[in-house]
Design a protein around this ligand. Sequence first.
Ligand code: QAP
Ligand code: CO
Length: 173
Amino acid sequence: MIRQIITYPDKRLFMRSNEVEHFDQELHRLLDDMYETMRAKNGIGLAAIQVAVPLRALIINLPDEEGNQHKEDLLEIINPKIVQSKGSIVYTEGCLSVPEYYEDVERSEWVRVEYQDRYGNPKSLEAEGLLAVALQHEMDHLDGHLFIEKLPYLKRKKFEKEWKKKARVKVKR
Ligand code: QAP
Ligand code: CO
């Protein structure tokens, strides 16, 4: 089932999500719905809070070299922690909860993450480049942070200005 994605400035996007304790059918349904929703909206990553569920769960499905996404490559990541990071990378990010806005953000170039899968099994992964960026972007959602909060002052002002302009058009002035 495709769920509705909440968007900026919804205050729920700024709240900390809770640890997942029950690796049950409800969690599995949430993860399945998140995947369906992310694909329907042309996303490559999604955190549970973006579909209004405040749990520490996220999914990532990066495209291959031809730009195609495969479900076999889907990562389902529960209760993640970054245990090591290094380097720095600048990537032009977007977010389904901040539609039609893209800006450069600096993050770690390499991370090691410990997490659980949908059954509660402990896992760990090393990531670099785009996957490292996606992990950090989605993990920020779990702590109530959006990529626009990482922008330097003037770029943040530019975002606020564009957002207000769009909000005005939406109510048709
Ligand atoms: C997070 O972002 C991310 O504005 C996932 O109109 C960002 O899937 C991972 C999207 C950067 C790695 C690098 C955004 C789709 C999708 C939009 C997304 C839009 C349509 C964003
Ligand atoms: Co996002």
